[in-house]
Design a binder for this molecule. Structure first.
Ligand code: ATP
Ligand code: MG
Length: 326
């Protein structure tokens, strides 16, 4: 039986945080047996905001290291760098010709990242979702595991694919999102109305996957809480619910077990137990990150790009042929 296909990616910007892991990476690992999986380091997305070239180059390799340490197995999944497969940029041009200004103007990530100034924002930041659509559609992807923040971009991807198929004939598979029921929207420790983000200037809001034990403990100690004392899942108390969600996902305890465990305990105790759980989760992960040297990584990435390119090329050739370019 032919396996269905997965595509997903993360940007080599800032540092990966526990939200990226719980919302995305963890599911990539879980799904890699059942699906033919493509996991991309989306460095062309990273330059939608200014990056230091030297740091970007290093972060790109570091992110590959993190994928592998998180449990992505290059023998089962294709891991590659976006810019190694130039078809991503080519299909982006084609799709930017079929996208409408109006539909891109509705994308909330642009509004957030442009910080209200579209006059000064880069055009690439505006067309970011078109590049994301190209990433996904090149591989005839069935399923895209993402956090909740990317839901709108996936809907646009489906719209662009449907429009293309309607105008030029059946070309792209229409991908479905996979958004986990829990963990898809981990919040900032400093502001539970905002998602935890790599690009958040306030680093105390995020637990990074490479944070040491001391830093994790300090960040959790300083995490904002809600009024009251109860340690329960409750939508009207988003700070505590966010912390409990992290505890629930990392321990595997049910919501009821988590609540029972913390019944009668104070916020101080809760935060220090949560810190222990997070540190114990990060320890072996951080050990594994050190295992991969640059040469080993580069050979994984070269093989990954080669495999990705052959599929991407075939989709792009079909697109060009349908449009009369070839
Ligand atoms: P940036 O702020 O630079 O956009 P980011 O934290 O949003 O960084 P991305 O590389 O854009 O990270 O996203 C990688 C994956 O992680 C995506 O699937 C995204 O939906 C998911 N993700 C990002 N933030 C969270 C979060 N707070 N909770 C759950 N999933 C998340
Ligand atoms: Mg993002």
């Amino acid at each position: 039986m032919v396996k269905q296909r997965i595509f997903s990616g993360a940007q080599p910007t800032g540092q990966l945080h526990i939200g990226n892991y719980l919302g995305a990476l963890r599911n990539w690992v879980a799904l890699q047996d059942e699906y033919e999986s493509f996991y991309c380091i989306v460095n062309l997305h990273a330059i939608t905001l200014p990056q230091d070239p030297k740091i970007l180059r290093q972060k790109t390799l570091d992110l590959a290291r993190i994928y592998l340490a998180a449990g992505i197995d290059p023998a089962r999944s294709t891991v590659f760098i976006q810019s190694d497969v130039s078809e991503h940029a080519e299909l982006t041009w084609v799709l930017s010709c079929t996208s409408r200004m109006g539909e891109l103007e509705r994308m909330t990530q642009f509004k957030d990242k442009a910080k209200g100034s579209s006059e000064r924002a880069g055009v690439g930041l505006f067309t970011y979702p078109v590049l994301m659509a190209a990433d996904i559609l090149l591989y005839q992807t069935d399923l895209v595991p993402i956090g909740k923040d990317q839901k709108q971009h996936l809907e646009l991807t489906r719209d662009l694919a449907e429009r293309f198929n309607r105008d030029f004939g059946e070309t792209f598979k229409i991908p479905d999102p996979y958004i986990p029921p829990v963990g898809a929207n981990i919040k900032s420790l400093q502001d539970p109305t905002k998602k935890m983000s790599k690009s958040d200037e306030n680093v105390t809001g995020s637990i990074f996957l490479l944070d040491d034990a001391d830093t994790v403990t300090k960040k959790l100690k300083r995490a904002v809480t809600d009024s009251g004392t109860d340690i329960r899942f409750d939508d009207s108390r988003p700070a505590i619910t966010n912390l409990l969600t992290i505890y629930h996902l990392l321990t595997g305890k049910s919501n009821e077990e988590c609540e029972e465990h913390f019944e009668g305990k104070g916020y101080g105790q809760f935060k220090s137990e949560l810190a222990e759980v997070v540190v114990e989760f990060l320890r072996p992960f951080q050990e594994r990150v050190k295992e991969y040297d640059d040469d080993a990584l580069k050979s994984v990435l070269t093989a990954g790009a080669e495999k990705a390119r052959s599929i991407a090329r075939s989709t792009l050739n079909n697109v060009y042929s349908k449009m009369g370019i070839r």
